[in-house]
Design a protein around this ligand. Sequence first.
Ligand code: NAD
Length: 350
Amino acid sequence: MSVMWDLPDFDDHEAVHFFHDVETGLSAIVALHSTHRGPGAGGTRFWHYENRETAVTDVLRLSRGMSFKNAMAGLPLGGGKAVILADRNRTKTPEMLAAFGRMIESLGGRYVTAEDVGITAADMVALTKETKYVSGLPVSNSGEAGGDPGPFTAMGVYLGVKAAVAHKLGRDNMDGVHVAIQGVGSVGGGLARLLARDGAKLSIADINKDHAAALAKEIGATVVGLDEVMRIEADVFSPNALGAILDKVSIAHLNVPIVAGGANNQLATPEDGQRIFDRNILFAPDYVINSGGIISVGLEYLGDDDVNEVNRRVAMIPQRLTEIWEQSAAQKLPDSDVADNMAMALIGRG
Ligand code: NAD
């Protein structure tokens, strides 16, 4: 029998809590990877997993990712994540959410939750009836941080793309710079609008063809095919849809000097960071460039809910990326490895 400590994705997690509530049928796992910098913060995912092992793998990986993301964003927060194991019909009752809220409360603030896949802002509000350890609540005042993190993430990615273009291509403006964007939802769409304002040449692709066409018309972009967007000759490829899209095959076909986008977990395996490095492509580690949203959500929880402070911190993302790229060149290490090493040091595991 293998136990938690033997699992390949166990990375010295401080604690993994398994919860079950007989009355409501709720099954949930909360993983705390590190509380070195503060309470373990990260969203709750509500998902139908094929089996329990997959749920455990997911919560272990995601909580570690949150430790890294929060540390690199300079937040006094550790890394945690929760998954609720949904049944086949994804049944989510108010009673179930209330039981989950009580479970979070029982951890006494070591874990702070927010939205993730399958959880809505309304669910977050419902959780506040049972626990105070909740962030990502809708805001009533536009001067406050918090609420939808998408625009802050898009702004961070935009600043990161510009920093990458300056670093790799020596360009100080985006006029005529060709950016291929995969996924134009909340993050990719926001990025496209910001880049269009700067005169960038944009090729966009989205499985939602109507949405892509409407955006292209609005901002003067060109719609390209779903496969083409990853192979097109451009200055930047910006993934803003799915994770694990950079693998042996796709990296071999990239036709760009820069990959910089907001999608989470873009590298299919850690070795793919080396593959990108070997092709002399500059890579913006995802959990650094896409940290605008967590900066907003984190500051909201910490009570520093002034939008100017969020913007000030988001504006520091290019500096952190440049530090990574410089160290990568000096140490001849992939950008992704340098970022992981920096994050490990920041959580006291250097
Ligand atoms: P979203 O759902 O608003 O947008 C995703 C878009 O990608 C949709 O328009 C969808 O149709 C499109 N898409 C899906 N599969 C595709 C494919 N195969 N090819 C092309 N397009 C495809 O989501 P979002 O909030 O914009 O998040 C995008 C990515 O950024 C995700 O990986 C998410 O985890 C990550 N992220 C988001 C935030 C945030 O604040 N929203 C923060 C950090 C990371």
